[in-house]
Design a protein around this ligand. Structure first.
Ligand SMILES: Cc1ncc(COP(=O)(O)O)c(C=O)c1O
Length: 357
């Protein structure tokens, strides 16, 4: 996809770039941010002129809506340095759609597609030196929106800030993960906000995740709030299982699961490759039984941050299940490579997934 916009951007460049402090050989996720950020304010029912300004602190009244009532949503996207040196954003149109679904749920204004996608392009162009090269690396893009009224009454804000910051990223999980299947806490329930990427969903997951970590697990696989029977998703990833010769992932019905862009991409690639994909309810009992029968061949998480994260072991209601060695997996390893081929340009993009900067 090429760039088309009539949007006017104001650009104020940094006096002194920090790029010389960036060491692409030693990237620590989320520790360093590129020189600039995009800021756009919403007031009187409309979005103002987007500005690209030096990355820096934002000042706000202690009474600001977001600080008290959590009117905050975000997205996570990656831009990749392709083999020919060009920069490609992976499916930002899907993130834009999801951002607006989150906005609607949180009583926040929609963002025009132009502002979101051309804003990303313009910001990445300004900071192109911050996009690392090499497989597994990327520039992580974090668009977010917050309610900014300086008013402490409980009501939706009328003023909002849309901001994009970016941070170089290396490979996310270095080793296969160990997962605890949650049977106490709940992440999402029908009618709630599970399908949205609002800040509160993540804050509420932190204490249960720390508890799981203290028991030696990397992440939680959430289950439904009624019976802890149906699996939902993991931390910041959708979950997949290979049972027999089918790839299965929980269906999105009920609005309890975030509709992952990676999930959709993986489902598309697997189907095109002739692998049966089932999106349907999956119970913990089915997983335990499949494991006992030797039918549970692979389990993995999919998400922008981690890409494809193999699950080495799963603990369900005290039953510890060690999966076969990851090197022998057919599905996860194939799809991981295929995703990388598309992102880094080794395979031509035939699906309109790559947005060149
Ligand atoms: C809760 C949750 N589930 C799933 C995902 C995976 O979504 P995506 O593939 O769009 O990154 C994410 C990450 O955004 C997430 O935060």
């Amino acid at each position: 996809m090429t760039s088309e916009t009539t949007l006017d951007f104001q650009v104020e460049k940094v006096a002194d770039s920090r790029l010389s402090e960036f060491d692409p050989a030693n990237i620590q996720f989320g520790k360093q941010y590129a020189d600039h950020m995009l800021v756009c304010e919403y007031d009187n029912g409309q979005w103002g002129t987007p500005r690209i300004v030096p990355f820096g602190d934002i000042a706000m009244s202690p009474a600001t809506t977001v600080l008290h009532y959590g009117q905050a949503i975000f997205e996570g996207i990656k831009a990749y340095r392709q083999e020919n040196g060009e920069i490609a954003i992976f499916r930002p149109d899907k993130n834009w759609e999801r951002f607006n679904r989150s906005a609607e749920r949180m009583a926040m204004p929609a963002i025009p597609q132009d502002l979101f996608i051309e804003g990303l392009r313009k910001l990445i162009k300004t900071d192109s030196g911050w996009v690392p090269e090499g497989e597994g690396t990327s520039l992580y893009l974090r668009p977010f929106m917050i309610g900014t009224d300086a008013f402490i009454g409980v009501k939706p804000a009328e003023k909002f800030s849309f901001i994009i910051i970016t941070s170089p990223a290396g490979p996310y999980y270095s080793k296969p993960v160990s997962i605890y299947v949650q049977d106490e806490y709940v992440r999402a329930f029908p009618g709630g906000t599970g399908f949205a990427k609002n800040a509160g969903n993540y804050g509420a997951c932190m204490a249960p995740t720390m508890k799981a970590r203290s028991l030696g697990y990397d992440q939680i696989l959430w289950t439904d709030g009624f019976e802890h029977k149906y699996v939902q998703e993991i931390g910041t990833m959708n979950v997949w299982f290979v049972i027999g010769d089918k790839a299965v992932t929980p269906s999105l019905d009920g609005g309890t699961i975030l509709e992952g862009v990676t999930r959709d991409s993986v489902a598309t690639l697997l189907r095109e490759h002739g692998i049966t994909v089932e999106e349907r309810p999956i119970t913990t009992d089915e997983l335990v039984e499949a494991f006992r029968n030797g039918e549970l061949k692979e389990a993995f998480g999919t998400g922008t941050a981690a890409s494809i994260a193999p699950i080495a072991e799963l603990t369900i209601h005290g039953e510890h299940m060690q999966l076969p060695p990851v090197e022998d997996w057919k599905v996860a390893n194939w799809v991981k490579q295929e995703m990388n081929n598309i992102r880094y340009g080794a395979t031509p993009d035939t699906r309109g997934w790559i947005f060149k900067v």
